[in-house]
Design a protein around this ligand. Structure first.
Ligand code: ZN
Length: 99
């Protein structure tokens, strides 16, 4: 048993002999992402695909907002949000692929 909890159901996680981290309750593999000193227990399949969906939805909204926006300053704000969303989407997809 590891000192970590499942991001979906908060059950304690186990490390398999193969090195994979497993949630017995969800019957899902869990990926641990190290971020500086902090351990982020990211994402079973459910969580990752939900995140990807959310990001894509926000990107669609942003696309429409940018299309309608005439104010240059506001466009600047929107494009910095766009850049963050795209970074996050790329990260989510990278984690998904790793499994
Ligand atoms: Zn779980």
């Amino acid at each position: 048993m590891l000192d970590l909890q499942c991001p979906v159901c908060s059950s304690p996680l186990f490390r398999l002999r193969s090195g994979e981290i497993w949630c017995v309750n969800c019957q899902k593999r869990v990926v641990i992402v190290r971020e500086g000193e902090r351990f982020l227990t990211a994402a079973s399949d459910i969580l990752l695909s939900s995140l990807e969906e959310t990001l894509l939805e926000k990107l669609r909204e942003l696309d429409q907002a940018m299309r309608a926006e005439k104010d240059i300053a506001k466009l600047g704000e929107l494009s910095s949000v766009l850049s963050n969303l795209l970074d996050n989407l790329e990260r989510v997809r990278r984690i998904s692929r790793r499994r």
